[in-house]
Design a protein around this ligand. Structure first.
Ligand code: GSF
Length: 202
């Protein structure tokens, strides 16, 4: 199978970490959707990465669909629990983390516009989403070793990708200082080769 993505995308990082944690072999095709010669839209009509192309040429997107498929296609190292309530809680962690990434990407894109066309209100709206979500993440994590309590799961992967993206694109957002339990979680996750080998880079 082939993953189409970039080295900066937090959503692509999520898929790369799941592939590595599940020990699934794959080809990684670099293609940033922002470049004029991008071919992403030829496989994903939404023109977004990541895209997973299966061996029978089936195309999967978006990252939530991709990681759920990957967790179910291989029985080892399960990342999503089976019971409905716990599974739903993992998917809510993923929705929260992806939402932080969505807001961060919105700020990043808005700041690329000509100075006179940037909306301070729109940026502030996204910053507020991030601040509230970090507060929510920190409160939910509490003193637990992992997002779901004791066991490593997809929830930790999604939170780690969101925090790592903030650290990469918005070092001025001081989540390590404001939420020490999030820093503790991130530092623990970074001990895993799957995280250390996928830190976003330009
Ligand atoms: C979001 C992917 C996304 O926005 C997912 O896979 O979970 N819900 C989707 N990807 C960005 C690149 S990046 O910022 O990670 C993307 O491909 N943007 C191109 C576009 O046209 O929005």
């Amino acid at each position: 199978m082939k993953l189409i993505g970039s080295l900066t995308s937090p959503y692509a990082r999520k898929a790369r970490i799941v592939l590595a944690e599940k020990k699934i072999e794959y080809d990684f095709e670099l293609d940033s959707p922002w470049t004029p010669d991008s071919k992403v839209a030829n496989t994903n009509p939404l023109g977004k990465i990541p895209v997973l192309v299966l061996d029978d040429d089936t195309v999967l997107f978006d990252s939530r669909v991709i990681v759920e498929y990957l967790d179910n296609v291989a029985p080892n190292n399960k990342l999503m629990p089976a019971p409905n309530r716990e599974r739903t809680e993992v998917k809510r962690w993923e929705a929260l983390s992806d939402g932080v990434c969505d807001a961060a990407v919105q700020i990043f894109l808005e700041r690329k516009r000509p100075a006179g066309q940037q909306s301070a209100e729109w940026i502030a709206r996204q910053e507020d989403k991030i601040a509230r979500s970090l507060e929510f993440m920190s409160a939910q994590l509490g003193d637990n070793a992992s997002c779901m309590g004791t066991h490593f799961s997809l929830a930790d992967i999604t939170v780690g990708c969101a925090l790592g993206y903030l650290a990469f694109r918005f070092p001025d957002i001081a989540w390590r200082e404001s939420h020490p339990n999030l820093e503790r979680l991130y530092e623990k996750l970074m001990l895993r080769p799957t995280f250390a080998e996928t830190v976003p880079q330009d």
